[in-house]
Design a protein around this ligand. Structure first.
Ligand SMILES: [Zn+2]
Length: 434
């Protein structure tokens, strides 16, 4: 539709500006020496999404001369949001690019603004307590990034960010190795967001990356542009939700393959899905947060036919939209792959006495808490997050340890799949003696 047309027009304009014929590699942003490339997503200001090919390496990474002392502040890690132990949380790493040593405070404030944009969208809004956000300072020798404000602008920066990647002005590419080197400085990296020092609209989604650090995919956004946070939201639909794109190219033909693995694409019509109890059958007919009701809408996964998507226009199809019901379910399940609904400053398995006090944390609003002593529920303690263990009124021999267990369950109706619901419960146990 218009998205492909717009992309072609932009590419044509880019080719003209770069003085190359369409079809020939544009001079700007093409990989130096023809290194490996990556499939990335491009995000139009009208919300449309398309795909392009980006080099894995950037020619604009600032060289660090050998033997020179590291720049002060470079690689410094600040906790923008600290909700707890990285092992129990989903750790988002935000890295700045094109910020000089004097601009690191600006970077942290841009990073915080992007996190606010993400957490304005559900299910992030409800589940923000599951996250830590680490800001990693990357000190660039120059302020701003290549391609801003125009194609003639070149800036060498810590991560080599550049607009006009693959000939597309709004496509903001980055050097993957440089990103990984900085991400490694954070306590943990489950999700990586690169914020460029720019007010120009742009970003990119790298979603076929699996880093040895554990993160899957990188989202790049312009730090000073108020709409670019949506790019990160869409991108995490892939990395955390394992969701497919719901957009299509009109000239892609009909999909002929097997049932795709993603939760939000199917070869089945609503009727067949209901009969088989497959994919989003539990959500069929329900009102979806992105508008309309869940059904089977023709087109998705880049194909205009042969594949169905759950709703007309979720954020996996256009920016600025909500996740649909199956998407929201997949996102919550993704959050709980990295984070837990129950935490405690007292380690699981610790030995305690009746003189101790015990507390637990329930990071998600509405989570229900139950306590058990030697396997028997203590209903009077339900939903109490702090206990004086003397209240347990333990009896029996002084040396005999009792097992105290806390069980937390997120009762959200947004997760319907029983296999995924099992992940919404967590337990911790301690040994308590009189
Ligand atoms: Zn996508």
């Amino acid at each position: 539709m218009h998205r492909t047309a717009a992309r072609t027009a932009t590419a044509l304009l880019a080719a003209v500006l770069a003085g190359t014929a369409l079809g020939a590699a544009p001079a700007w942003g093409s990989p130096g020496g023809g290194g490996p490339t990556r499939r990335v997503e491009v995000f139009a200001e009208d919300g449309g999404i398309s795909r392009a090919q980006a080099p894995a390496a950037s020619p604009y990474v600032a060289a660090r001369p050998q033997g020179v002392a590291p720049v002060r502040g470079d690689g410094e890690v600040t906790a923008l949001v600290h909700n707890g132990d990285p092992a129990a949380k989903l750790d988002v790493v935000v890295i700045g690019d094109g910020y000089t040593a004097q601009e690191q405070q600006k970077f942290r404030s841009d990073a915080a603004a992007k996190w606010s944009e993400l957490t304005a969208v559900e299910p992030y809004a409800t589940y923000r307590g599951l996250f830590n956000v680490w800001a990693v300072s990357a000190v660039s020798p120059e302020s701003g990034v290549t391609g801003d404000p125009d194609q003639a602008t070149v800036r060498h920066t810590a991560l080599g960010s550049y607009f006009w990647c693959d000939g597309v002005e709004r496509l903001l590419c980055v050097d993957e190795k440089a990103v990984e080197a900085y991400a490694a400085k954070a306590p943990q990296a489950d999700l990586v967001l690169v914020v460029a020092n720019s007010t120009k609209y742009g970003g990119a989604g790298y979603n076929d990356i699996t880093s040895p650090l554990g993160y899957e995919g990188i989202a790049t956004v312009a730090g000073g542009n108020a709409r670019s946070g949506q790019i990160a939201v869409h991108e995490t639909g892939h990395s955390l939700g394992k969701l497919a794109d719901e957009y299509a190219y009109p000239d892609q033909g009909a999909y002929q393959g097997d049932e795709p693995p993603e939760a939000n694409l199917s070869t089945l019509t609503a009727d067949r899905m209901r009969r088989q109890g497959a994919k989003w059958s539990r959500w069929l007919g329900q009102a979806s947060p992105d508008g309309g009701t869940v059904g089977s809408y023709l087109g998705g996964g880049y194909y205009p036919a042969g594949l169905y998507r759950p709703t007309e226009n979720s954020i996996m199809r256009s920016l600025g939209r909500e996740f649909n019901l199956p998407g929201r379910e997949a996102m919550i399940a993704g959050f709980y792959r990295h984070a837990t609904p129950l935490t405690s400053p007292t380690a699981n398995g610790s030995r305690l006495t009746a003189a101790d006090r015990l507390s637990v944390g329930l990071p998600v609003p509405g989570t229900r808490l139950r306590w058990y002593l030697d396997g028997r529920e203590l209903p009077r303690l339900a939903d109490r997050t702090a206990l004086d263990l003397a209240d347990l009124k333990l009896t029996g021999p002084r040396s005999r340890p009792h097992v105290l267990t806390a069980v937390a369950t997120d009762p959200t109706p947004a997760v319907a799949d029983p296999a995924l619901r099992a992940k919404l419960t967590a337990r911790l146990s301690w040994l308590v003696t009189r």
